[in-house]
Ligand binder design. Structure first.
Ligand code: SAH
Length: 373
């Protein structure tokens, strides 16, 4: 069904862009992957950090509450989570911060979620945790106020365009279909979007070698602009965690990172449309540039393992283990910490990046690793 809808669109235009294809596959209002499916957990397609260990949300809660105190503990703060999945991260944030004086009385929890299926799960999980939790489709519908913002594995799900270096220029990559199904192809016309042209003229893109693939997500750029603007009218701090990379201006070649995952296995991006999670690695350098362009500040990204260790994940694990009687439960805690922090697991490929109001210092942990500039 979804395949027929996409084919009809290709019939009209001959080719559709990779981000349009992703938009259909992930977010079509009736048949999109996120619209109809609960993708997270053992029975789904992938597992995320908050589902691996409760400590992940506890430490992020502690970090957010500390930032709130550094903002001067404003009494009308919005605690905003984008793309909350099962609601586990917010559940653990709220549980871990309930004894911090005045914090719960000062926050309004705002969940930004586009999937009706996941929104229902979040409502079931959170209805007793905190009064007055509200759900939104779009961050731009949340009234301006002091803000604490968190997003784990949101940006990797936002649709991305792809461009292929062909001779001296870039051509946009798109999706067509033939007798064997969907296939990648290149647009004939050169790139016309001024925003993209400007980006592709910068380092490292301007000197990349033949057949390099560059991924640019306009959806991520728009999202980052909205988040950054919130940092200007009132005090605010945000934390983004995702698998991704920082750009090196000297790099000579880039490849695609677009991938499909289905039932915890890699799958073909163009097959089982609407049944697989499609993601790309997040370009943290670009997000930081957007934040700065809007007048907000941003930190460099820090490996997830480094961030969680600096937040005391090992000590928290020891305390939890001391209070547990069953060896299997202790084992789960230790394995969870290993998975979140070890470089061979999620410790290095996942990164944390903060952004914040220009009148605030760089947030804790980040300022201990990077010069406050
Ligand atoms: N943060 C969760 C879930 C990650 S999966 C966790 O760590 O477990 C990605 C989440 O982002 C899903 O909840 C998905 O429905 C949501 N999402 C995708 N695009 C979105 C958008 N534009 N705005 C808000 N939520 C979005």
């Amino acid at each position: 069904m979804l395949e027929d809808i996409i084919k009809a669109e290709i019939d009209k235009k001959d080719i559709i862009s990779v981000d349009q294809f992703m938009e259909y596959a992930l977010f079509h209002p009736d048949y999109g992957y996120y619209t109809k499916k609960d993708p997270i957990g053992r029975a789904g397609d992938f597992t995320t950090a908050p589902e691996i260990s409760q400590i992940f949300g506890e430490l992020i809660g502690a970090w957010l509450a500390y930032c709130w105190q550094e903002m001067g503990a404003p009494p009308d703060t919005k605690l905003i989570e984008l793309g909350p999945g099962h609601g586990t991260l917010m559940h653990d944030i709220l549980r871990a911060t309930r004894n911090i004086p005045s914090f719960h009385d000062s926050i309004r929890v705002c969940m930004v979620e586009t999937s009706p299926t996941l929104r229902r799960l979040q409502q079931q999980k959170l209805q007793y945790s905190h009064p007055l939790i509200k759900w939104f489709d779009d961050i731009n519908n949340i009234e301006e106020s002091p803000s604490l913002i968190v997003a784990n594995e949101l940006f990797d799900a936002l649709p991305t365009k792809q461009f292929v270096k062909t001779g001296q220029i870039y051509k946009e990559r798109g999706v067509i279909y033939n007798k064997d199904g969907f296939a990648f192809s290149l647009y004939n016309e050169p790139v016309a979007d001024k925003r993209i042209e400007k980006l592709l003229a910068q380092e490292p893109y301007c000197h990349l070698s033949e057949s390099s693939i560059v991924e640019i997500s306009l959806a991520s750029i728009d999202m980052m602009r909205s988040l950054s603007k919130r940092m200007l009218s009132h005090k605010g701090v945000g934390l983004l965690i995702d698998y991704g990379y920082a750009l090196n201006p000297a790099m000579k070649k880039t490849s695609e990172t677009l991938q499909a995952v289905r039932q915890h296995q890699f799958s073909n991006v163009l097959e089982h449309v609407g049944e697989c999670d499609l993601t790309t690695h997040v370009n943290f350098s670009l997000l930081a540039t957007i934040a700065e362009q809007e007048g907000a500040k941003s930190s460099p990204s820090l490996e997830q393992g480094t961030f969680l260790k600096a937040m005391g994940i090992d000590i928290r694990g020891e305390i939890l283990c001391k209070n547990l009687l069953e060896e299997t439960q202790k084992d789960d805690i230790i394995k969870g910490i290993y998975r979140l922090t070890d470089p061979s697991e999620m410790g290095n490929i996942f990164k944390a990046m903060s952004f914040y109001s220009p009148i605030l210092p760089m947030p804790t942990i980040f300022r201990e690793f990077f010069h406050d500039c």
